[in-house]
Design a protein around this ligand. Structure first.
Ligand code: PMP
Ligand code: GLN
Length: 389
């Protein structure tokens, strides 16, 4: 007899990710997929051509364990160019299979059984799973609408003698919150007071709107030496399927992440690595135009969601807006709403509940992605407001 349950106790309750479920539902119902965050247009031609050229030039075998040199140098240069952060491309930069593997490598490489990680909720869904796989404990601090700014007293209260890591995501998925200067300083003060290691998930670093600007926590006094910065080319260059990510940080912390990472994928994406290097070296106009384009898409979708009866909270970055559904669904059951919406209106969204450890906090909230062509957003709004279908 095989011994059930088959799934390790560490992953009980994690099931299938909501992104897989909702994208499958979008396909089955031919709905507009405003769920999983991926753009429906290609990124810069130079980047695509560089990948094709790399394949034709034979970059089709395992790249070096830390990533190809040209990309490690481009990542280091990018950190210096945009933020003034200096990293040694050989010892302080590691290329990973997307930010997802960077997070897994960092968490598995740093955490021991019983260690605690303080982080915000709602949170990107892989955080809790990786913390659980490490045998560690997640201590979520809830961000609340309308602005989702962190409650610094609550953050302080969540820190215990067992807290080893503070995991910060800004610009923040799913809320679109971007940490401001005051929040960054308050967080940095806590990090120094309690001598924490910081993991910063900055995958949406270039996707900020209005007057919001991404400033890495690592730029604050004494933060660089205790911070692993994680990002990825997926969001910045519309190449989410390429899965090229990276970690920057002091050599000893990067080495801890690398030790775990080498047993996850070892390496990935040989021909895509030099192509992302080309992207990172594009001129400033590329980065500003991309953010402006997304901001226009946000501004196209949000009034439509409001016209459909939803209460939409401000998004200052990322691909996403969060909406309260209680105006159209008084029971506030976001999971049921998202499962019904493809059938009733031909639109897919993500129930924010999945991003919370404390599920009731997010029950009535739903996330819509706006990284889609204008006509697709218009059609989604038409469907949601009952002007189509
Ligand atoms: N962190 C956050 C906050 C994300 O939204 C995503 C996007 N899926 C990731 C990490 C993972 O990035 P990647 O696709 O590069 O693995
Ligand atoms: N980051 C994207 C999102 O939040 C996609 C995540 C995924 O497919 N794992 O929608």
């Amino acid at each position: 007899m095989l011994r059930a349950p088959y799934l390790t106790a560490k992953l009980q309750g994690f099931g299938t990710t909501i992104f897989a479920e909702m994208s499958a539902l979008a396909g089955a119902t031919e709905s507009i997929n405003l769920g999983q965050g991926f753009p429906d247009t290609d990124g810069p031609r130079e980047v695509l051509d560089a990948a094709i050229a790399a394949i034709n030039d034979g970059a089709n075998q395992y790249p070096p364990g830390t990533g190809v040199a040209v990309l490690r140098h481009a990542v280091a240069h990018h950190q210096q160019r945009f933020y003034g952060l200096v990293y040694d491309p050989d010892r302080e930069v590691l290329i990973t299979a997307g930010a997802t593997e960077a997070l897994a490598g960092a968490l598995l490489g740093l955490l021991d059984t019983g260690d605690e990680v303080v982080l915000f909720e709602p949170m990107y869904d892989s955080y809790q799973a990786c913390i659980a796989l490490a045998g560690a404990v997640a201590r979520p601090v809830t961000l609340r609408p309308p602005d989702y700014r962190p409650d610094i007293d609550a953050l302080r209260a969540a820190i215990t003698p067992k807290t080893k890591v503070l995991l910060i995501n800004s610009p923040h998925n799913p809320t679109g919150m971007v940490l401001d200067a005051e929040d960054r300083q308050a967080i940095a003060d806590l990090v120094l007071e309690f001598e924490l290691i910081v993991i910063c998930d900055e995958v949406y670093e270039h996707l900020t709107f209005d007057d919001a600007r991404h400033v890495p926590l690592a730029t604050l006094f004494a933060m660089r030496e205790r911070t692993l910065v994680i990002s990825s080319g997926g969001k910045t260059f519309n190449t989410t399927g390429w899965k090229i990510g990276w970690i920057c940080g002091p050599a000893e912390l990067v080495a801890a992440a690398r030790t775990a990472k080498q047993f996850l994928t070892y390496v990935n994406g040989g021909p895509f690595q030099p192509a992302i290097a080309v992207g990172l070296e594009l001129g400033d106009d590329y980065f500003t135009a991309m953010a402006a384009d997304l901001q226009a898409k946000r501004d196209r979708l949000v009034p439509g969601l409001e016209a459909a009866g939803l209460t939409v909270y401000p998004s200052r970055g990322t691909y996403f807006v969060t909406a309260d559904i209680r105006g159209v669904r008084p029971d506030g059951d976001g999971m049921a709403y998202c499962r019904e919406l493809p059938h009733s209106h031909g639109v897919v969204a993500i129930p924010n509940e999945v991003f919370y450890a404390n599920k009731p906090e997010g029950r009535h909230l739903v996330r819509f992605a706006f990284c889609k062509r204008p006509e697709v957003l218009d059609e989604a709004v038409a469907r949601l407001t009952g002007r189509a279908r």
